[in-house]
Design a protein around this ligand. Structure first.
Ligand SMILES: [Zn+2]
Length: 164
């Protein structure tokens, strides 16, 4: 279990647009924690590990915090996205495991994209500015994989639902 050190960690608390208190705790080298009120979910910073490669500590904490907050702010949109994709999948007569894996992968990828768009929009000192001297490769890998999974999910369920 990661030890949460108040001096090292970034902690932000913000009321979301849907009136829940979102809390995010980010500490470099440790699991991130995000959730509502006292219910914080620890998770490994997989996407942030990729996206924040090469950033200084302060920039890392700032961008990771915004990204996590983006996940929480985007939760209702994410839920809607998944419900629509699941409904299309239910109409899919093949109803196979691969299709459901696409639904899950596409939903997670969409959530990551929403969180990162939130980050780009909310970093005050400028997202591009922070990444000025940093390789574009990790970010390209993220956007490439995320967009592939989002679109792949839709292509799969539509192809098997409407084109028999
Ligand atoms: Zn994320």
């Amino acid at each position: 279990m990661p030890v949460f050190n108040r001096n090292q960690a970034a902690r932000i608390k913000k009321r979301t647009w849907f009136f829940l208190d979102a809390v995010v705790e980010v500490e470099p080298g440790h699991f991130h924690r995000a959730g509502f009120g006292r219910f914080l979910l620890p998770h490994p910073p997989v996407v942030n590990w990729l996206l924040r490669r090469g950033l200084a500590r302060d920039a890392y904490k700032k961008l990771c915090s915004e990204h996590e907050m983006g996940h929480l702010q985007a939760l209702p949109f994410e839920a809607l996205y998944s419900v629509i994709l699941v409904l299309v999948m239910i109409h899919n007569e093949t109803n196979d495991v691969i299709g459901w894996l696409w639904v899950v992968a596409s939903s997670f990828a969409a959530w990551e994209i929403l969180a990162e768009i939130h980050t780009i929009r909310h970093v005050q000192s400028g997202y591009q500015c922070l990444y000025r001297d940093i390789s574009l490769i990790p970010r390209s890998i993220f956007w490439g994989i995320a967009l592939f999974l989002v679109l792949g999910g839709w292509v799969y369920v539509f192809r098997h639902t409407f084109i028999q």
